[in-house]
Design a protein around this ligand. Structure first.
Ligand code: FAD
Length: 651
């Protein structure tokens, strides 16, 4: 690899407003956001082939994360569009709960996803992709303002703003077992060392986190007869609203939207796996002391699961296809930093994998991140003008968390470069707003991922209404093209029209009878407004529309959102009142001796963090990373209850 770059003249090859460094999930969204604002942007990344690469599991979405993917999409982003082009298995999580908390998740064809991201980027005329490893930032003479970047290859580019989205690459160090360490940003990719050194020299505080990934196997070596098969859900689902105006549902190459669906396979790690892991635990990079930094609590390694839950005899494993063009399978649930030979040994102890061939070993990686309290709410570094950070570099984990930050950092870098006012999303508008607010106000003490409990607006901020919440902002900023604006208007007016029709049209007993009987509800005494009947449990608005012969041309998803607004109006109002109340409760005193360990209504994470910090007020508790609004709400209840109880005792 080349040494530190030498000075060259600033390149005039590209006249740029913004430079985005890194083309993972944050970088690609940042670049698209800039381009949509009309800014000229270069996306500089170590290898063009790895644009949009999923470093770990090949899936987008899930609880809270699926909502973020749709929020990014509502802002004109690419994650949802690429997912729709690459989905090989779809499931709506939480379907057994109400539609207000449904969470879409797509497993993707890894190669298709990457190619979709790249071709979606290339649709933007002011966006240029450049292969190069950025070695340093070019600063003004006072070292306060960023002027551009220089690559290891010696190319220099100037711009008004730079967004760094280097993911796990900054001083990345891969561990496979306690004595195998490889410098790397991800398996197969070199780390970014020069840039990491310079960022530290610029006076930024730096810290380390770790994460891990499981081994992959060759599907031809699996005994499928011993596995449970899981099919994709048949119902078509689009992460992106943009297909709305593309009636043929075809991608940029004219291909149809979803590729053929593929099954997943379920098995488990049982007692035998436990024994192998326990016997070799001192060879795990994470347990031998080779890695000291913290990893993602909610993506534990198999070592973690076995050490922390020794009584559990079965850990579920999903074998997920990597793509249509390969037999390789991702072994979801067996993330590890044990030596490769031990990985093979425990793989062979899994039912169905007795003869599995390991195509890639699992590994853990340690990397630099920059505690995000050094950023303002636009994701700009407070001490360095024009420099923005987004993604894993800010201490988060997950593709969607990275994409959400990328979109906001990109928008703000673009706005700054164009001399326009910045955009900050409030917590009540989006999960992206919650994520960024949590990062810049509380910071992180372990890799941060989103959950619904992190938001005090869990019912009103949903995956189905992302477009209503965020597309108007994108339109206001001029980020959507005319046909896209027309599509958004169409979808949103369908929603309003559904509500109007429901309020103004009555359904007759004879029309609704069959429906009500099916739902076990009592028959109507006379004609009743559809909106009233739709409030009943188990009765859907679209069925009522069909029974009354109205609303047939309205979009199905718009009718679903309208239904939620009608059915749960009371809950939504209560949520708003509770969020307000929590804001006003900051002064409420907390007993420093509180027995947090016994408070089962708090999450395990919150109990641990509160025990360690022992805050004196709710406001202090709310600034502890990992203590969520739902924990705070439960803490207020507990405190009120205890105050009530102790008064009774004193009486
Ligand atoms: C081994 C491993 C395991 C993981 N496990 C999990 C998990 O269990 N759960 C989970 O949610 N997430 C996991 N992740 C994290 C997930 O991959 C990231 O959260 C997500 O990819 C972050 O997106 P990003 O855009 O911030 O960075 P990345 O996707 O890492 O992209 C960074 C990009 O920057 C480029 N780059 C870096 N430095 C430079 C430079 N100096 N110049 C030019 N280009 C540069 C890289 O080439 C790459 O394109 C894991 C990641 C790894 C590597």
């Amino acid at each position: 690899m080349a040494g530190a770059p030498k000075s060259h003249h600033m390149s005039n090859e590209l006249d740029l407003d913004v430079i985005v460094v890194g083309a993972g999930h944050a970088g690609t969204e940042a670049a698209v956001a800039c381009a949509r604002l009309g800014a000229r942007v270069a996306l500089i990344t170590s290898a063009l082939e790895t644009i949009g690469q999923m470093s770990c599991n090949p899936a987008i979405g899930g609880v809270a994360k699926g909502t973020v993917a749709r929020e990014v999409d509502a802002l004109g982003g690419i994650m949802g569009r690429a997912t729709d082009l690459a989905t090989l298995q779809f499931r709506m999580l939480n379907r057994s709960k109400g539609p207000a908390v449904w969470a879409p998740r797509s497993q993707c064809d890894r190669g298709l996803y990457r190619r979709a991201v790249r071709s979606l980027l290339e649709q933007h005329p002011t966006l240029h992709t450049v292969q190069g490893t950025v070695a340093r930032l070019l600063m003004d003479s006072k070292g306060m303002q960023v002027l551009g970047v220089e690559t290891l290859e010696g190319r220099r580019f100037g711009a008004r703003a730079v967004v760094i989205t280097a993911g796990t690459f900054l001083r990345g160090r891969i561990h496979i077992g306690s004595d195998t360490q490889i410098a790397g940003g991800r398996a197969g990719d070199p780390p970014a060392t020069h840039l990491a050194q310079q960022l530290e020299q610029l006076g930024l505080t730096v810290s380390r986190f770790k994460t891990g990934t499981p081994p992959r196997i060759d599907g031809r070596s699996v005994d499928y007869s011993r596995l449970e098969r899981q099919e994709s859900e048949v119902e078509a689902f689009d992460f992106s609203w943009s297909h709305f105006w593309n009636a043929q549902r075809r991608d940029v190459h004219g291909k149809t939207r979803h590729p053929e669906q593929m099954p997943c396979w379920i098995t488990f790690a049982g007692r035998e796996v436990k024994q192998v892991v326990q016997k070799n635990i001192d060879q795990s990079a994470m347990y031998s002391g080779a890695i000291a930094s913290r990893g993602p609590r909610y993506c534990p390694s198999i070592e973690d699961k076995i050490v922390k839950f020794p009584d559990v005899d079965r850990h579920q494993i999903f074998l997920e296809p990597e793509g249509h063009d390969t037999t390789e399978l991702y072994v979801n649930g067996l993330s590890t930093s044990l030596p490769a030979a031990i990985q093979l040994e425990f793989l062979h102890a899994v039912p169905g994998l007795e003869h599995a061939l390991m195509t890639r070993a699992g590994y853990a990686i340690e990397y630099d991140y920059y505690p995000p309290t050094q950023l303002d709410s636009t994701l700009q570094v407070k001490s360095l003008g024009g420099l923005f950070f987004a993604g894993q570099i800010n201490g988060t984990t997950g593709y969607e968390e990275a994409a959400g930050q990328g979109a906001i950092a990109g928008i703000n870098a673009g706005l700054r470069a164009l001399g326009r006012p910045s955009l900050v999303l409030g917590r009540e508008t989006s999960y992206i707003g919650v994520l960024i607010d949590d990062l810049v106000t509380r910071g992180v003490d372990e890799p941060y991922r989103l959950f619904t409990s992190r938001s005090e607006f869990r019912l009103t901020v949903r995956q189905d209404n992302a477009l209503r919440r965020l597309a108007p902002k994108a339109i206001e900023l001029g980020m959507l093209r005319d046909p896209e604006v027309a599509a958004v208007d169409g979808r949103l007016s369908d929603e309003s029209e559904s509500i109007t029709i429901a309020r103004q049209t009555s359904v007759r007993p004879s029309e609704a009878d069959a429906l009500l009987k099916l739902a076990g509800a009592s028959p109507l005494p006379h004609a009743v407004r559809i909106a009233e009947v739709a409030k009943r449990q188990g009765i859907s608005l679209s069925d009522l529309f069909a029974a009354a012969g109205v609303g047939s041309i309205l979009s199905r998803e718009a009718v679903m959102t309208a239904e939620l607004e009608i059915k749960y109006a009371g809950y939504f109002e209560r949520e708003r009142i509770q969020a307000d109340k929590l804001r006003r409760m900051g002064h409420l005193a907390l007993d420093p001796e509180l027995a947090y360990g016994e408070m089962r209504s708090l999450s395990y994470e919150a109990r641990q963090k509160l025990l360690a910090a022992r805050p004196l007020t709710i406001a202090q508790a709310s600034r502890i990373p990992g203590v969520s609004p739902s924990d705070l709400q439960n803490l207020v209840l507990e405190t009120h209850r205890r105050n009530g109880l102790s008064q009774t005792c004193q009486d």
